[in-house]
Write a protein that binds this ligand. Structure first.
Ligand code: GDP
Ligand code: MG
Length: 293
């Protein structure tokens, strides 16, 4: 590797639902991180690695910044904290119409890494008044650069990468050049199922649900996956399954279709529903689900 090679960590952070995961997928050109219209979809730090002969950019998608209400939230906010400490560049994502929140953004006043502030969802905004919004953020946060973008329409998103590359230091690669992520195939299988749960159920169900992959058999012509959907209470089991199994069947079919495109092969998916009482509040269960060391 020659001495002009650049490598660094770019942490994508911000409040829930502002479009962090959509942006990460756009930046790496791959649907790695699940995105849904609901807040708090992303629960882990998910790395997406962009490799080129001359650089390696390690993006981290993170859970949205919130005030922790239970142990799962605390684990989620720890991923944010660690991602900020590791970062060579911080991609702080806010959304159009959002106002500066002194408490949530306090931590950005003392971070070491340069902040590139993205004002996402400009497709929803009128052209007039843009400068005012940019000034609002400029006055409140020490951002190196502020860019209004739309992860949806792609407006200005092509300006993000060159700006990042400028700020990434000279460094040998951190990961082998054929690696695309820090997460396993099993992890992505469970995330795809979680996305379908977020899309198919309302209220507390998505937040009360966790997915475990019991079996992941990669056979020559087919990938055989057995998954368990955990809910917090017995009453939620029936809702997830639905009348004569109809809801669970829909989730399973939608997940299988996405898995086939993600893994590039035929998938056989079997799903079961189980109760893991109050798992979001219990450290031992959070550990079992991989949220704690
Ligand atoms: P996250 O919680 O910050 O990771 O947000 P997601 O990436 O999951 O996106 C939250 C919602 O906002 C989803 O419904 C996205 O489709 C939507 N979204 C993301 N980017 C844009 C954008 O540029 N414009 C609009 N209108 N919606 C967006
Ligand atoms: Mg997300």
């Amino acid at each position: 590797m020659d001495s002009t090679h650049k490598a660094g960590f770019v942490s994508i952070v911000g409040k829930p639902n502002v479009g962090k995961s959509t942006l990460m997928n756009k930046l790496i050109g791959e649907n790695l991180s699940i995105t849904t219209p609901k807040a708090q979809t992303t629960r882990h730090r998910i790395m997406g690695i962009l490799n080129d002969e001359n650089y390696q950019i390690v993006y981290s998608d993170t859970p949205g910044i919130l005030e922790p209400k239970y142990a799962l939230h605390e684990a989620m906010m720890n991923y944010v904290k660690v991602s900020l400490e590791d970062a060579d560049v911080i991609l702080l994502v806010v959304e159009w119409g959002e106002k500066f929140d002194a408490i949530a953004y306090e931590r950005f006043k003392s971070v070491k890494a340069p902040i590139l502030l993205l004002i996402n969802k400009v497709d929803k905004a009128p052209k007039a008044g843009r400068q005012e919004i940019i000034n609002h953020w400029k006055n409140n946060l020490p951002a190196k650069m502020i860019l209004p973008v739309s992860a949806y329409t792609g407006e200005n998103t092509d300006q993000i990468f060159p700006a990042l590359l400028e700020l990434i230091p000279l460094h040998p690669p951190y990961f082998p050049k054929d690696e695309l992520t820090n997460r396993s195939e099993r992890f992505f299988a469970s995330e795809i199922i979680r996305e379908k749960i977020f899309k198919n159920y309302n209220q507390e169900i998505p937040y009360s649900t966790e997915v475990g992959i019991e079996d992941f058999k990669n056979e020559e012509a087919i990938l055989k996956i057995r998954a368990t959907i955990f809910v917090e209470r017995d009453s939620q089991k029936g809702i997830v399954i639905g009348k004569a199994g109809s809801s669970l069947k829909k989730v399973g079919t939608e997940a299988r279709v996405d898995m086939e495109s993600f893994f590039g092969k035929k998938v056989f998916l079997e799903t079961h529903v189980k109760v893991a009482t109050d798992w979001r509040k219990q450290k031992d269960k959070l550990r079992m689900f991989g949220y704690l060391e």
